[in-house]
Design a protein around this ligand. Structure first.
Ligand SMILES: [Zn+2]
Length: 350
């Protein structure tokens, strides 16, 4: 369904899923103009940008089906105009992790990402790794492809319950050693029920940061702060680690961002989009001791007091959450510019 009069984006295919859309709506433009245009600086580094080809998935997620079949650097940039219109954008790219049994497939994905990044201004990328990858092979291949970081992901951990994996199950010390030797970044998406409030997660992050001081760990999604109470409870255990960074990608609650600002500090907080998650319509929020996502498939109908309500883009909701936290923390203009660009430039220049 498309009633906004805006053009279809290049490469866009018909959504096969029930109600999932992939489109820019007038409300996205209005919200950005009203609340975000004066907040977001001209130059941005997106520290969390996934590139992908739809055929990587045996069973494509509905948003991948609804959007372009290939999201290389060019398609990513075109679509980021929905979230950051007119901004001068650089990114740290990595392949969207996809479930596969074949090591060759991750290698093909990494090679394809490398080709995408080659033509990008200051383009940088992380190597999608599985815990079984030989660290010497990873160092060799990543260097040959021009990568400067690692992107592990929990569902490459052994066993069925990958959402309950402990960090070494998907990021073994041998890969930390490789990252440490080359001063690489590692973007880490925490799992386990309580995220950063989990004692095992806290233990391994501290241990890895201390044992491998050249490696720079980026905890994504506000240290998986979709439930901000987990961040308030758990992140203080990780204060004082100078090689620990946090990206705020796709988190839609302000309290998690406030907690990161307070506990980690504005100089190590980074903007990230989590493209394509940024282009889903919906939100996420803490409830009880966990968090939930609302999207176009599971959201309740528009309420009577707002009959025209349509779900916002996650990427816009994320920016609003960040803005509120930044405003209440009274960050200066230069601290805001550092969040959007300066901190990432410092991190990536290492
Ligand atoms: Zn991501």
């Amino acid at each position: 369904m498309r009633n906004d009069g805006l053009p279809r984006q290049s490469g866009e295919r018909e959504a096969s899923a029930l109600s999932i859309t992939w489109e820019l709506q007038e409300q996205d433009r209005e919200t950005f103009a009203r609340e975000l245009d004066a907040f977001v600086p001209d130059k941005v580094i997106d520290i969390h940008a996934h590139l992908y080809q739809a055929h990587w998935w045996a069973d494509e997620p509905p948003h991948v089906t609804a959007g372009p079949a290939e999201v290389g650097a060019k398609a990513y940039r075109e679509h980021m105009e929905w979230i950051l219109p007119g901004r001068d954008l650089e990114a740290l790219y990595f392949a969207y992790p996809f479930p596969t049994e074949s090591g060759e497939d991750t290698f093909a994905a990494n090679s394809w990402v490398a080709a995408q990044v080659a033509g990008e201004p200051n383009g940088r990328a992380q190597f999608l790794v599985r815990p079984t990858d030989d660290p010497d092979w990873v160092r060799e291949q990543a260097a040959a492809l021009g990568f400067s970081g690692l992107k592990p992901f929990s569902f490459y951990a052994p066993g069925e319950r990958t959402w309950d994996a402990e960090i070494p199950d998907y990021l073994p010390a041998s890969l930390m050693e490789a990252a440490n030797a080359d001063g690489w970044t590692i973007t880490l998406h925490l799992v386990r029920s309580r995220g950063i409030a989990d004692a095992s997660n806290q233990h391994w992050i501290r241990r890895y940061c201390e044992a491998y001081p050249n490696a720079q760990i980026i905890l994504d999604h506000c240290a998986r702060g979709f439930n901000p109470h987990h961040v308030l409870e758990g992140l203080p255990a990780l204060s004082g680690l100078s090689n620990l960074w946090v990206d705020t990608s796709s988190v839609c609650n302000s309290l998690a961002v406030s907690a990161v600002l307070d506990i980690i500090g504005p100089e190590r907080m980074l903007y990230g989009s989590d493209f394509y998650v940024s282009h889903m319509r919906g939100t996420n929020f803490g409830v009880g001791d966990t968090f939930l996502w609302l999207d176009e498939d599971n959201a309740p109908p528009a309420p009577v007091y707002a009959p025209d309500f349509r779900l916002p883009l996650v990427g816009i909701e994320n920016l609003r959450a960040v803005k509120a936290a930044v405003q209440l923390a009274r960050l200066t203009d230069s601290q805001i510019e550092d969040y959007f660009r300066g901190n990432a430039a410092r991190l990536l220049a290492r």
